[in-house]
Design a protein around this ligand. Structure first.
Ligand code: FES
Length: 149
């Protein structure tokens, strides 16, 4: 069946198609800039965790804690101190995951690997995972951003 009357002329249709394509390409380039200028979440200055939830960890094990909207990792080191890391990949900000069988952190976005201390060891990540300060205060663990020098 042939349609006698079209809602759009051929010129209007092609203009709309090209306009949509230009808009999509512009959005692809502009959205990362807007995301950088106005981050979707504000990173906390510190978080307080109950010590009771973490004091029974075996040495060299890792537990996840909420670092704002992102994951944080708390690792009990062999000397009994805690190491805290932000679980955000240094490549393109994907969340990383602890792989207990390999004793490494893994970023599935581009197969980036970090060792148990957060040092980048394989794949595209250019820097280690960010470290946080850890302090024990009574019955709480206070994890905070490192002081800026
Ligand atoms: S974002 Fe993690 S490897 Fe690319």
């Amino acid at each position: 069946m042939k349609i006698k009357h079209s809602l759009y002329s051929r010129r209007q249709f092609l203009n709309g198609l090209i306009g949509g394509w230009v808009g999509a390409v512009a959005a692809i380039f502009i959205s990362p800039i807007l995301k950088f200028v106005t981050p979707a979440y504000k990173e906390p200055d510190d978080v307080t965790l109950p010590l009771a939830d973490y004091k029974d960890m075996a040495p060299n094990t890792v537990k996840v804690f909420p670092w704002g909207a992102k994951p944080g990792f708390l690792r009990l080191q062999a000397d009994g101190t805690y190491l805290a890391l932000v679980g955000v990949c240094s490549h393109l900000d994907c969340n990383v995951a602890w792989q207990p069988d390999k004793k490494k952190f893994f970023c599935a976005c581009h197969e980036g690997w970090y060792d148990e201390n957060g040092k980048n060891i394989a794949g595209p990540p250019p820097k280690p995972l960010r470290k946080l300060q850890v302090a024990i205060d009574g019955d709480t663990i206070v994890v905070s951003k490192p002081a800026v020098a």
